[in-house]
Write a protein that binds this ligand. Structure first.
Ligand code: NDP
Length: 354
């Protein structure tokens, strides 16, 4: 008999509270019985931890498409990769690698029936070159968010000498979005992030023209020095003061890609959070577009976008980085670390090998 364990929520961080490791617990739980017809038994291999899960720690998530986590109950994240251990569904065979972008439980083993809400997709191992985590990074929701955000809201035109700024630039979405901005035609790409190591990663490994450490540098001064012709495209992952500073340096008819606002995720404010009146006025005066971007609103474009992302990765034009924490028991720790900037690229948890 195999053993099983899962991650639970022990207590909420509280309104405006910062999540800490002791919000999470880890305990043994029953190993699932053999699958009934139509079901498969899955072993979790990798888990994704994502900023948007922060709102599930509150009693009220503030968004209609996410429900709150319950105290003492097993937690459900977004993406995961696993292996079929037993199958009573003719679509799947023992040993298959599967992934899903939504509703993957933070547990070692679980049973699942194929369904429309959280569909399981078989992973073609040969296509991934043995890299089983790609569906949780560039060939999944992260890649799609960056790609569709840039394409749909960026207003990038080749040969127009545009300057792009990315906040949260060394994270999962930011690191891909900046590279895509360049591939789409921006002549200058500047990242904003929280450490010198991250700045170096952006300029030396990903080909950003420059990077600003917002924790140690004057963002306003550095931005105006680095973007002498103003900012045309802003991929915004963070919101707050950093974004106000960028918007104040944006050109007429420029575009904000409103991807996320992590700087306020610990605060009890609606999403997207209110912005100062002076920034509202600037957006209007300069005709800067800033409308909410939600990747789930573009499902019909996923398949085509995924093909293009796969080509870019296989041809070496798009680089992908991840930060991996070991062990299911450390999933809460990985989440807290990511919220505090501990990751470069996508934060993952390695639970088991196939
Ligand atoms: P990241 O990999 O970027 O990880 C989060 C990063 O945010 C940290 O590494 C940290 O980096 C930075 N950060 C944390 N707190 C602050 C702060 N107060 N100010 C500035 N930076 C901060 O996460 P993802 O790439 O998964 O997500 C990025 C954003 O995209 C999030 O806002 C997320 O909600 C959003 N998102 C939106 C989607 C959509 O459909 N619109 C879909 C998926 C994600 P640092 O060291 O630089 O501070």
């Amino acid at each position: 008999m195999s053993t099983n364990a899962h991650v639970i929520l022990v207590k909420r961080p509280g309104v405006n509270g910062v999540p800490t490791e002791d919000n999470f617990g880890f305990e043994e739980c029953p190993y699932p019985p053999d699958p009934d017809p139509g079901e498969i038994l899955i072993k979790t291999l990798y888990l994704s931890v994502d900023p948007a899960l922060r709102c599930r720690m509150n009693e009220d998530t503030g968004v209609h498409y996410l429900s709150p986590w319950e105290i003492g109950k097993e937690l459900g994240g977004f993406g995961g990769v696993g292996q079929v251990i037993k199958s009573a569904d003719p679509e799947f065979t023992q040993g298959d690698i599967v992934e899903s972008q939504y509703g993957w439980p933070w547990v070692g083993y679980f049973k699942r029936r194929q369904n429309e809400q959280n569909p399981l997709r078989k992973v073609d191992k040969s296509l991934l070159g043995g890299n089983l985590t790609l569906p949780l990074t560039v060939l999944g929701m992260i890649g799609l968010t960056s790609y569709l955000g840039v394409k749909e809201k960026g207003g990038i035109k080749p040969d127009c000498n545009q300057t792009m700024v990315v906040s949260g630039a060394a994270g999962a979405c930011g690191s891909i979005a900046g590279q895509l901005g360049r591939l789409e035609g921006c002549t200058r790409v500047v990242g904003i992030c929280g450490s010198d190591t991250k700045c170096k990663f952006l300029t030396e490994e990903l080909g950003f023209d420059a990077a600003i450490n917002y924790k140690t540098e004057n963002v306003k001064e550095r931005l105006s020095a680095l973007c002498p012709d103003g900012v045309d495209v802003y991929f915004d992952n963070v919101g707050g003061e950093i974004s106000n500073t960028v918007i104040n340096q944006m050109n007429k008819d420029s575009n904000v890609i409103l991807c996320g606002q992590i700087a306020v995720y610990n605060k009890d404010v609606p999403y997207p959070p209110p912005i100062p009146e002076s920034i509202e006025s600037r957006l209007k005066e300069q005709n800067i577009s800033r409308t909410r971007f939600l990747v789930l609103n573009y499902v019909e474009k996923f398949e085509e976008s995924m093909k293009e992302l796969a080509e870019l990765v296989l041809s070496g034009k798009l680089k992908v980085r991840e930060t991996t924490m070991e062990g299911l028991e450390n999933t809460g720790k990985a989440f807290v670390s990511m919220m505090n900037g501990g990751n470069i690229g996508k934060q993952l948890v390695h639970v088991a090998d196939p």
